[in-house]
Design a binder for this molecule. Structure first.
Ligand code: SF4
Length: 393
């Protein structure tokens, strides 16, 4: 199990709200005790731990929180592979079919429904499983990294929390995806699951468009084949605004321009390659994107846990909301295969930060419920949707 790492157990509350459950599971992950693992692997069943690397929060499986009351399904991308999850205060107490009873110490805490891995992942296209081109994320979102290489990995300048090239080096994906393969997977997926939107990500490329140029033909081809399919793309601020316009003209519906860390100095520390981009560069790109895609159609991941949740932090959240951008707080998680260790954060602080962000969004008229495509619509990696519902109830 590697070096001994001290985990300070902060126990989640008894009879928690969906917001508190989701934050605890997103941050700490879930522990699968050996007897339960044996049960999962009974009869030679190969337990699927979820994707190991790649862009975004990897190393987990998708679950639905079984809640008697809540109208909105609460979908959670729960970490199962990280060191942190191996010591998580929340553990699997028993499994009955797809229903998992979760305990906190000895007390039952919640029930989760495990979402199946779709069969199309294992169907072959040009000699490779479809999952090596595109994956189903949560319930209705297909996601793929169209170029798995990032310039910052070249010079050892990668973001410390990123695992984008790990899945490529492990042979779990292909370097560059083209619209032909994405379309073939989409057709297979539509035969099995109700796909409504697509998330395209990319490693930052050296050209002025930072990779946007690679998206344009893919978006055009997908939209001409499936005009109603909603498409989301993610990229770092490009050198010129025209690329953001060109992507819209190609048919893109919403975008993610992820600042990830609000404090410039902290961002520089965790993202040495991207450190050349300052807050003003993100504000400029967001403003252009909001003009082009509209309010609530531009978002940014905020990796909660890497910087103080200070007044300055929330002042920048307010600035984002005022610019028409949806802040998407994601509790930072360790990606298996990276040396990155997640800093300790108090769960109550994390929950109250979500409540504060939801309040600032409300004040600025930011409504994640109307984002047409991408992570905000998917919601599996953040509890901001639950914080908004709690605020409105
Ligand atoms: S929010 Fe959904 S689409 Fe985005 S990375 Fe998480 S699971 Fe994937």
């Amino acid at each position: 199990m590697g070096d001994f790492v001290l985990f300070i157990l902060m126990l989640p509350h008894k009879s928690p709200t969906p917001l508190e459950v989701k934050v605890a599971l997103l941050y700490d992950g879930l522990q699968i005790p050996p007897p339960i693992l044996t049960q999962l692997q009974a009869g030679g069943h190969i337990w699927n731990w979820g994707r190991k690397g790649g862009a975004g929060p990897a190393g987990g499986r998708y679950f639905k929180l079984v809640t008697p009351s809540s109208s909105q399904p609460v979908i959670i991308n729960i970490s199962l592979q990280s060191q942190r999850s191996q010591h998580a205060p929340l553990l699997v107490q028993k499994i009955e079919g797809v229903n998992w009873t979760i305990a906190c110490q000895t007390e039952t805490y919640c029930t989760l429904e495990l979402l199946p891995v779709p069969r199309f992942h294992q169907q072959y296209i040009d000699g490779r499983p479809a999952a090596q081109y595109v994956l189903l994320h949560a319930t209705d979102c297909l996601a793929t990294t169209v170029n798995q290489r990032c310039i910052y990995w070249r010079g050892g300048q990668a973001c410390q929390f990123c695992g984008i090239e790990l899945s490529l080096d492990a042979g779990h994906t292909v370097e560059v995806k083209d619209s032909k393969h994405i379309l073939q997977v989409l057709e297979l997926a539509l035969a099995e699951v109700p796909v409504t939107h697509l998330t395209l990500t990319i490693g930052t490329q050296a050209d002025e468009s930072r990779g946007i140029r690679e998206y344009i033909p893919i978006v055009q081809n997908l939209k001409s084949a499936y005009p109603d399919l909603r498409i989301h793309t993610q990229f770092e601020p490009p050198a010129r605004a025209e690329f953001i316009h060109q992507l819209r003209a190609a048919g893109c519906d919403s975008v993610g321009i992820h600042v990830e860390i609000l404090d410039d100095a902290k961002r520089n520390e965790y993202c040495p390659g991207k450190g050349h981009l300052g807050w003003k560069d993100y504000i400029r790109a967001w403003r252009t994107a909001v003009e082009v895609y509209g309010v609530n159609q531009v978002d940014s991941f905020i990796l909660i846990g890497l910087e103080p949740l200070s007044e300055e932090f929330f002042a920048r959240i307010r600035e984002m909301c005022t610019a028409g951008v949806v802040p998407y707080p994601v509790p930072v998680r360790e990606i298996p295969g990276t040396a990155f260790v997640v800093p300790e954060v108090n769960l109550d602080q994390l929950v109250s930060a979500h409540r504060h962000i939801a309040k600032l969004m409300k004040e600025a008229g930011i409504e994640p419920g109307i984002t047409t495509a991408g992570c905000v619509r998917c919601s599996a990696c953040s509890a901001i949707g639950e914080a908004i519902i709690e605020l409105e109830s």
